[in-house]
Ligand binder design. Sequence first.
Ligand code: SF4
Length: 467
Amino acid sequence: MCGVIGIHAPGQQAAGLAALGLFALQHRGQESAGLAVSDGDGVMLYRDLGMVSQVLDERRLPSLQGHLSIAHCRYSTTGSTLWENSGPAFRMGPRRSVAVSHNGNLVNTRELLELLPGGRERLNGSTDTELLTALLAEEPAEDLVAALLAVLPRVRGAYALVVMDDQRVIGVRDPFGFRPLVLGRLPEGGWCLSSETAGLDILGAEVVREIEPGEMVVLGEPGGPRSIRMAEGREHLCVFELIYFARPDSYMMGRNLYEVRRRMGEALAREAPVAADLVMPVPDTGAPAAAGFAEQSGIPYREGMVKNRYAGRTFIQPSQALRQRGVTVKLSPLREQVRGRRLIVVDDSIVRGTTTKQIVALLRRAGAQEVHLRISAPPIFHPCFYGIDTQIETELIAASHSVDEIREFVGADSLAYLSIGGVLDGLQLPRDRFCFACFDGNYPVPVPYDATSHKFVLEDQPVSLPS
Ligand code: SF4
């Protein structure tokens, strides 16, 4: 995932705007946060491990002066959780200084490494983003736009980038548009880029349009944003952005994501009905689909678990040890709602199954009579190489277990997943506009080498936070 923000705000302090926009994208990455800023005369960078509000606080922001800024919150898909791997990536090159915020994951990182004179030794960290930044800083082109046009045709994989030098901020989406990026107009003049419309809403910005796949939009020049067609685009937006990752108040492809998820819940109730007393979500992301399920089935909706909002998202923690610890501090049952009742529990995905198993156990300990799991997405059979940390097939429970085996493993009375047709009922958009690869194995961009080494391709040994 990762969240990215770009700001061009003449006469204003862009860092504060970028930090606020990034705050609305916190759900997209919780490992690190940072921003780069320019007043037209040099790029300054501040970044650290931690949440947006911890890293970009009132003590830091006043010293980050300038009308241009980009920001980034990280969820690692290449490289370990290290300070050196936090974003934005920055490189002071012989030709230009470049900062890059990247959402996505490149699939030809090893090939790209061969283009960097000196190779791996020239990098401080181990992310595909730092490598890309180094290539942009060293590219012998006249300016940053020309450098992007020279380097990006060699890059394969998923990237929604916000890139800056000391003069301009540039947004780019890869030709398949795996990851979202949207352009907005700031209320006091200027322009902004964000992974999601929620990042524009918090700034009071007007949503102008989505950046198109294969398009580059340059901010900071007279006359407003300049659009450059970098490559022919054929959109394959990650369907999981709409199912689960992005905020429900965001819009993508003209669809409000709460509504999309609510419709998926309705479809799920039609496909997999079951007699029960209550429908309840796994908070918070299961809520819209649970509401749709309840409406369609006529079974009352109620909350059965309370989430500690400060515990972070289980799935987004970078290691299994942290994920397991995360779920136990994250949810607690509302015993009066749960006790003695037959529950339909709606969640948006089962990845590894460990979190789901703990949730079922938690509800049973609270006295649930029956627990019927309904998942508002199909089973995840295949790993993702385009920016979601499910790169190892053996970690995906559906890749090696039948639905009934998964039901048994998680301890539920019944388990049903939404079909791909049900997802399309929710989207109300054609299937060929999306990547469905983790459901159907059709990867729009081939993955050229051994998947198991992918995440740590630029490292000798992966490094994780102590557990
Ligand atoms: S493989 Fe799955 S998670 Fe990855 S981009 Fe495609 S749909 Fe999204």
